[in-house]
Design a protein around this ligand. Structure first.
Ligand SMILES: Cc1ncc(C[n+]2csc(CCOP(=O)(O)OP(=O)(O)O)c2C)c(N)n1
Length: 545
């Protein structure tokens, strides 16, 4: 039976297992929307702005471990969408963005909303392709999904000229492309085991590749068998349970100095699925020239990009660990046990909130907010966050258990927190999902709170309010003291705003009220916003004792 291009596109999505699409509708892809109308197993979640939709799709992908899909219309929609594509690129998240395009017959005249997407997105995506013949939809769109999820995952843009979507085509004889996870060669596994055994002070850095390849269980085994401590890369907290005795902390903003020193003094660093970002490495200073680096990554492009490897292994991280674990035997090593205990003890001290210092009446203490969260949330909660200095308290004090998940933009994109909670909640409706944002970041995608209400998605959004772009204020004060510009904010009454959107809102300015509000929010079946007033003079966790 013949179908139009829009139906052929939805056909491919079904074959790829897509059940949720996040977007803002536009007249340039009415055929795709209409084909989704026909399809009972495919929900279109209509967001209020494409940036929000792209964050929802990106977080949905992180939560499910499969490709997220978002849609937008031509130039204005696509340019709004780009923040989520940049995030998916830096975070290695598989994402397919379907973008309606100017009619083929009008192209290259600067037609209404025309943008040439291949060049516009060339630095934000793994691949950007335009389908100008509906007969090629199965070939190119299945390939787009394959490119998004294979190797180092990332975003792919598929541009869909409006008149192409009207073309009638026959059946789709293509299928989703499946490839085996890539395996290490036996020589590099042997060499790694030898190097790990000989090392006096080895350490493991676990990155996003551990999460993507679902390697956490194997990583726990390896770390236990060989008594090697594990640190996590920037915003990859749940690659290793923070509650495990072999965990020694998170790299990135607000990093514990002792952790950096431990890694600098290690004679062998086993890096698993990390690209050694500027944040993880604290401006590329993390690894000492004398340390031997064993770098395992699914992508050869990542290896040697920042640090020279002693052994390099191109492999799926979980497959690599499977092979290593087949060979290694537990060995007594009192020296390592001792170092591990000490490093874990230092992490536990650092991440245990001390008595408040300098907190004022009329403000909640962030350390206590984080410990309340930890105590109140179930063991399988999902925490999402924005970028901003409030994150320093989460990073330092929240300890993710083995079933918890953290979603945050390694790209540092503000506005991510609340929409990403919507994406996560839609993926995992039975889990509690809490977003944490600053007042600045929350207001960047505030309109998506209405999306949460409309789709009956009961997230809990904490807005940590200091009436400032606090991070930038802190930088200003460090570099240009007493010359404040552009960082003071005024805000709406957030609790009333949430109510106006049709959700529930509470404002708190002390920790007892926060505890109560949180308990109430956890019982609520509506999206709930808790505004937390904090002391504007304390701009980061590490400013306090
Ligand atoms: C989309 C985007 N725009 C600008 C920035 C630069 N930036 C980083 S943090 C920050 C301020 C964050 O303020 P807020 O969300 O209130 O959190 P706070 O730092 O006060 O805790 C800004 C403007 C960014 N990271 N992302």
């Amino acid at each position: 039976m013949k179908k139009h291009g829009g139906q052929a596109i939805v056909d491919v999505m079904k074959k790829e297992g897509v059940t949720k699409v996040f977007g803002v509708p536009g007249e340039s892809y009415l055929n795709v929307l209409d084909a989704m109308y026909e399809e009972p197993h495919l929900d279109f979640i209509s967001a209020r702005q494409e940036g929000g939709a792209s964050f929802m799709a990106e977080a949905y992908a992180k939560t499910t471990g499969d490709v997220g899909v978002c849609t937008a219309t031509r130039g204005p929609g696509a340019t709004n969408l780009s923040v989520g594509l940049h995030t998916a690129y830096q975070d290695s998240t598989p994402l397919v963005a379907l973008i309606g395009q100017v009619e083929k017959k009008f192209k290259d005249r600067e037609a209404f909303q025309e943008v040439e997407f291949s060049s516009y997105f060339s630095h934000l995506c793994k691949w950007a392709v335009e389908i100008d013949d509906a007969k090629r939809i199965p070939e190119l769109l299945h390939r787009a999904f394959h490119v998004a999820r294979s190797g180092r995952p990332g975003p792919v843009v598929v541009s869909l000229p409006e008149d192409m979507q009207d073309e009638m085509v026959g059946d789709n004889n293509y299928a989703s492309i499946k490839v085996n996870p890539s395996r290490p060669n036996s020589e590099s596994v042997k060499e790694t085991i030898e190097a790990l055994k000989q090392a006096e002070k080895p350490v493991i850095i676990a990155g996003g590749g551990v999460i993507l390849s679902k390697a956490t269980q194997n990583l726990i085994k390896l770390s236990e068998v060989l008594q090697i401590p594990v640190a996590t890369a920037f915003r990859r907290f749940h690659a290793f349970p923070n509650t495990h005795g072999n965990y020694i902390g998170a790299l990135g903003l607000g990093v514990r100095k002792g952790l950096q020193e431990y890694i600098q003094e290690s004679d062998l660093v086993l890096a698993l699925g990390t690209k050694f970002s500027q944040m993880t490495t604290d401006d590329y200073t993390l690894i000492n020239e004398q340390s031997k680096l064993v770098h395992v990554d699914i992508s050869p492009d990542v290896i040697g990009k920042v640090y020279k490897p002693y052994i390099s292994v191109v492999s799926d991280v979980n497959e690599f660990l499977n092979d290593v674990l087949e060979v290694v035997q537990p060995e007594e090593n009192p020296g390592r046990t001792e170092m591990l205990k000490e490093a874990n003890g230092q992490y536990v001290d650092f991440s245990t909130p001390q008595q408040s210092s300098g907190n004022k009446e009329g403000f909640a203490d962030m350390k206590k907010v984080i410990s309340d969260l930890k105590e109140s949330l179930p063991d399988d909660a999902i925490i999402t966050s924005d970028a901003g200095n409030f994150f320093s308290w989460i990073s330092r004090y929240y300890r993710y258990g083995k079933d918890e998940m953290y979603l945050g933009p390694t790209s540092g994109a503000m506005g991510y927190g609340m929409p990403s909670a919507i994406g996560a909640k839609i993926a995992e409706p039975d889990k509690k999902v809490v977003s944490i944002s600053g007042d600045g970041g929350f207001m960047m995608t505030v309109q998506e709170f209405e999306t949460a209400v409309r789709y009956n998605t009961p997230i809990i959004s904490l807005v940590i309010n200091n009436n400032k772009f606090g991070t930038i204020r802190a930088h200003q004060e460090g570099k240009f003291t007493d010359r404040v510009i552009g960082t003071d904010l005024t805000n709406p009454d957030f609790a009333e705003l949430a109510k106006n959107f049709g959700g529930y809102g509470i404002k708190v300015d002390n920790n007892d009220d926060f505890s109560k509000a949180l308990r109430e929010a956890l019982e609520n079946d509506k999206p709930t916003l808790i505004e937390v007033a904090i002391n504007p003079e304390i701009l980061s966790a590490n400013q306090e004792k």
